[in-house]
Design a protein around this ligand. Structure first.
Ligand SMILES: Cc1ncc(COP(=O)(O)O)c(C=O)c1O
Length: 387
């Protein structure tokens, strides 16, 4: 029997493979982007409270009223967005589902979607599953900038949307206001949508601030803003995310979402609504931890022979490892990642997994540093074996 050609064309996540090898040598997993420190007590208690209060049945499919109201308040407070909780928010099972629902809600056969590469692993399959064709625009190190003219040439009458992820995984880039304004101008000119994944919005460094493209003049009506509790509240296993879009788009996102998953976990939606009332010091503490972790790990990696590029947000480094590849006598990023686990017990993600144009990631690997300082100290010890 011929099973789905599309599904068969997807390869297993490289991160899972690296995690498996890492576990087999009892290594440290700096490949997968989830925190290894405990979630804040108040956040855990909010979930326990909701379960004990018997919020245990299906919620409204597109999200509990409490959570949608909390999201509307939060985006007013942080993102300069005025959103109607009744008609413009869909709560989903993580940003992952929000992105797929968003694409499925807007794509028709023949449509094109522009994606910046290196990209978060899911975007390629998401675009294929939605039936669109992807066009890739490269972010160039060291500052991860894109060529404005190349981007303009990628837009055409078939362009339905551009996917932006800021702050960015895997590069750490925070898109500037000028860049977002340029993208917004192209979206208007070519009647395209901006689908913006803002899951790392609270993790920015060196005075950089996150800007929602939907908050730029004339952009709300052509934007879908995607976010989730995963990274902001260190609850990647809760699976609560959301998509904000004008009513006509939200209507279709909700329809797709309803058939896909019915709804996100009801008690955890209430807990996330609680989280959204946390004061500034919660967000400052989160960001400070990652700021210290970034500074600490950047020194370690440079000392050990990696070439680092700018990272102004999120919690990853996509580094150049060409020098060490020569030292290890390996021919590509995969062999390098495997050799690094063997020599140090540290797992990374091979750079080519973030590119369609594989050559661009050949000399790169991604480290994540969303870990406790104990883990980072131990990582340093192991990495210093290289020098
Ligand atoms: C850019 C980006 N978007 C989405 C996700 C997944 O989000 P969620 O856990 O909310 O599904 C990740 C997880 O690493 C990510 O890096």
């Amino acid at each position: 029997m011929q099973l789905s050609k599309t599904a068969s064309s997807f390869t297993e996540s490289v991160i899972r493979e690296m995690t498996r090898i890492c576990d087999s040598v009892n290594g440290i997993n700096l490949s997968q982007g989830f925190p290894d420190f405990p979630t804040e007590e108040v956040i855990k208690n909010a979930a326990v409270k909701a379960i004990l209060e018997d919020v245990n049945q299906y919620s409204v499919t597109f999200g509990s009223e409490n959570l949608r109201r909390a999201i509307a308040n939060k985006v007013k407070r942080f993102n300069n967005l005025t959103v109607d909780a009744e008609n413009e928010i869909t709560v989903t099972c993580g940003a992952t589902e929000a992105m797929l629902c968003a694409l499925k809600a807007v794509i028709n056969p023949g449509d094109e979607v522009i994606i910046f590469e290196p990209f978060y692993e899911n975007y390629g399959p998401d675009v294929i599953l939605s039936g669109a064709a992807a066009r890739y625009i490269t972010l160039h190190p060291p500052k991860w900038q894109f060529d404005y003219e190349e981007l303009r040439r990628a837009f055409n009458e078939k362009t339905k949307a551009i996917v932006i992820n800021t702050p960015n995984n895997p590069t750490g880039k925070v898109f500037s206001k000028t860049e977002l304004e340029y993208i917004a101008k192209l979206c208007k000119e070519f009647n395209a949508l901006a689908i913006c994944d803002e899951i790392y919005e609270h993790i920015t460094y060196d005075g950089e601030t996150h800007i929602s493209i939907a908050s730029l003049p004339g952009m709300y009506e052509r934007s879908i803003t995607i976010n989730s509790a995963s990274k902001t509240y260190s609850v990647t296993g809760w699976r609560v995310g959301w998509a904000i879009a004008p009513p006509n788009i939200t209507k279709l996102i909700r329809t797709v979402h309803d058939f896909m998953t019915v709804g996100a976990p009801a008690p955890l939606q209430e807990a996330v609504a609680y989280c959204m009332e946390l004061k500034e010091d919660y967000y400052n503490k989160l960001c400070n931890h990652y700021y210290e972790a970034r500074n600490y790990m950047s020194k370690v990696l440079v000392d050990c022979g990696f070439e680092l590029y700018e990272a102004q947000g999120a919690y990853y480094f996509l580094v150049n490892c060409e020098q060490l590849m020569k030292q290890f006598s390996v021919k590509d990023d995969f062999e390098f990642s495997r050799a690094l686990i063997e020599k140090t017990g540290i797992a990374t993600v091979p750079g080519t997994s973030f590119y369609v144009n594989k050559l661009k990631g050949f000399h790169q690997v991604r480290f994540c540093y969303c870990k406790s300082f104990d883990t980072l100290y131990e990582s340093e010890k192991r990495l210093r074996k290289l020098v």
